[in-house]
Design a protein around this ligand. Structure first.
Ligand SMILES: Cc1cc2nc3c(=O)[nH]c(=O)nc-3n(C[C@H](O)[C@H](O)[C@H](O)COP(=O)(O)OP(=O)(O)OC[C@H]3O[C@@H](n4cnc5c(N)ncnc54)[C@H](O)[C@@H]3O)c2cc1C
Length: 321
């Protein structure tokens, strides 16, 4: 397959007229929290939803497309990402506003924190948990992001999305097929905006809840590190961090990657970690937890892209399948 500028040149006229920005050989480490990983063949940042629809209908189906948010839950492999990575611009997709006494509409590039403050300003309760999640709304919709006992699925009314051909769809809460940190909505859909419902609440109460969220984060999570948040989903009946701790993996390091000594389900790039280091560390932890407790941890972090030749990482290091 064509890569980088050659891919863009091959598409030539099909891309003419798009208003968004196209960048060949885009450095994924610059746009992900882990600050690691290879290049995307090309990055497209659509100007708005019409521009995204035009792009989707212009790019032939055989060219892979990968949608990303602000990369706070993403591990990019060192061999890079084939085809186009799509990242929604704040300008075209970053608006959030109250559209009713308890309803809010937000573009998919709206930071979760911004949605929390729009809700606060409008006296709409139930969104304080977003104050502590560093992603954007598109990622929250896909991941069913949650914290402090609340999940995205409890607030979503409907979601607008474009499919691979650029056609628009509206998905109800049920259509999103939510489960813990998961949506069963078709994987090719790109969410562009959503409507959320909360409840009337006085602003002082909302503010206190937001402050509590922030305080809690600062004391228990390495929020200023290069991290992807929780590495593994909590297994039934226990917490991932407890099992990681029991297996002796708190602080474990491989290359520049480490299981945070502060919160051992958070993986961090201490400065020089590659995508390989991070994924190899993750699979090492899975292997040790399986040996210790018989639990098969599931990745919460999404891993995208290709391995560098000779540096593939097998699930459970290929040992315990
Ligand atoms: C310090 C820290 C703390 C965190 N705490 C929490 C927490 O408490 N609770 C929690 O749930 N998560 C937490 N996370 C993880 C992360 O912030 C959430 O999963 C967030 O929702 C991801 O959003 P994002 O924009 O970064 O998405 P990305 O990481 O860029 O992408 C995540 C997934 O969403 C998909 N996606 C992104 N945008 C779209 C779109 N527009 N349409 C369709 N699919 C899309 C991507 O393809 C990918 O599969 C934390 C992360 C960090 C770094």
């Amino acid at each position: 397959m064509m890569r980088g500028q050659a891919l863009i040149d091959k598409l030539g006229d099909r891309l003419a007229g798009l208003r968004g920005r196209i960048t060949p050989n885009a450095e994924m480490d610059k746009i992900t929290w882990f600050r690691a990983g290879g290049l995307a063949d090309a990055l497209f940042q659509p100007a708005d939803e019409d521009d995204l629809a035009a792009f989707l209908s212009a790019v032939p189906e055989e060219i892979p497309l990968t949608i990303v948010g602000v990369g706070s839950n993403l591990l990019v492999r060192d061999g890079g990402v084939a085809g186009f990575v799509i990242r929604l611009s704040a300008k075209g997709f970053g608006e959030a506003e109250a559209i009713g006494p308890t309803t809010i509409k937000a573009g998919a590039a709206t930071p979760d924190k911004r949605l929390a403050s729009v809700a606060y300003e409008a006296g709409i309760g139930g969104f304080h948990f977003y104050h502590g999640i560093p992603g954007a709304i598109g990622g929250a919709l896909r991941m069913n992001a949650g914290a402090n006992g609340v999940e995205t699925r409890e607030r979503v009314v409907e979601v607008r999305a474009l499919d691979r051909k650029g056609n628009a769809h509206t998905l109800s809460n049920v259509d999103m097929g939510y489960a813990y940190r998961h949506s069963a909505a078709p994987s090719g859909l790109i969410f562009t905006s959503a409507v959320f419902e909360g409840s009337l609440e006085d602003k002082a109460t909302i503010k206190a809840a937001m402050d509590a969220v922030q305080h809690h984060r600062e004391t228990v999570q390495p929020i200023r590190e290069k991290t992807g948040g929780s590495t593994f989903k909590n297994p039934e009946g226990t917490s991932a961090w407890k099992e990681i701790d029991k297996a002796g993996c708190r602080g474990l390091m491989i290359g520049g990657a480490q299981m945070s000594p502060m919160h051992c389900n958070f993986m961090i790039n201490t400065g020089t970690a590659t995508g390989y280091d991070l994924e190899y560390l993750g699979e090492t932890v899975r292997t040790r937890v399986l040996e210790k407790s018989g639990i098969r941890l599931q990745w919460e972090i999404k891993r995208i892209g290709e391995f560098r030749p000779g540096h593939a990482v097998q699930e459970f290091l290929g040992q315990l399948l």
